[in-house]
Design a protein around this ligand. Structure first.
Ligand SMILES: Nc1ncnc2c1ncn2[C@@H]1O[C@H](COP(=O)(O)OP(=O)(O)O)[C@@H](O)[C@H]1O
Ligand SMILES: [Mg+2]
Length: 228
């Protein structure tokens, strides 16, 4: 990643300044669960970075669940990240491990006869990084989602050595999931850069009280993402 930012300095400074400092850096996006808003957050982050004049790239290193196309298997999250980014990278760099069945990656990989190792992800990540200013890497599932019999998503985040954005889908049960996940992240030594609440349950009556509870207890700033 080039540290020196933009080609279009005035516009970039203006737009990037609308983002909280925690979001002005490459991030690994994890969540309290699957379907809590990780892709939603990654897409908005990429849009914000791209609009600020930065070279923004997305990566979904491991995806479980794919559609077969004439170009090969394609995962919806990876396609969404590619569409939101402004660095044109080949699909295989964005999503080096595209596993057919939507289940835990360690099971989907075993079924597909694929041995996941972190080099298969770190190499494309560094290739993307050499062409980008900012990268949003979306995990699969949650923080300890198994990748192999021994590795989890956390090992991948450690290998990429990125600060973490924790997406929290606000619903019954999320406080425990959020606090456990935050504890696990900080326990690795990685930085919990920020957390983002997503209103995924429109009928949940305690949304605001839960967000307030998390604001009091999580050791990182709460952020929101503008819509572009
Ligand atoms: N901030 C949000 N506000 C409203 N709905 C959201 C928000 N974030 C996510 N969702 C909805 O929640 C569902 C899961 O989001 P997604 O980003 O695909 O989750 P994940 O990537 O964690 O599996 C989608 O239907 C999405 O539209
Ligand atoms: Mg997703």
């Amino acid at each position: 990643m080039s540290a020196g930012f933009p080609r279009n300095a005035d516009a970039s400074a203006a737009t990037l300044a609308t983002l909280p400092p925690a979001l002005r850096q490459s991030l690994f996006i994890t969540g309290t669960d699957t379907a809590v808003g990780k892709t939603w957050a990654a897409v908005r982050l990429l849009q914000a970075w791209a609009r600020s004049g930065h070279r923004a790239a997305g990566m979904k290193p491991v995806a479980a669940g794919a559609t077969l196309t004439p170009e090969g298997p394609r995962n919806d999250d990876a396609l969404a990240l590619l569409a939101a980014a402004n660095v044109p990278i080949p699909y295989a760099l964005c999503n080096p491990l595209c596993l057919p069945r939507p289940t835990s990656p360690h099971l989907a990989a075993r079924e597909a006869g694929i041995d996941i190792n972190l080099d298969l992800i770190a190499r494309p990540f560094h290739t993307i990084a050499s062409q980008s200013d900012l990268i949003a890497v979306e995990g699969a599932g949650g923080w300890l989602t198994p990748l192999t019999p021994t590795l989890t998503m956390a090992d991948l985040a450690i290998r990429l050595n990125l600060p973490i954005l924790l997406v929290i889908g606000i619903r019954l049960g999320c406080l425990n999931h959020a606090l456990l996940t935050a504890q696990a992240i900080t326990g690795t030594g990685l930085k919990l850069a920020a957390w983002l609440p997503t209103p995924i349950d429109p009928h949940f009556p305690d949304h605001d009280a839960y967000v307030e509870t998390l604001t009091q207890r999580l050791p990182a700033p709460r952020v929101h993402l503008p819509h572009f």
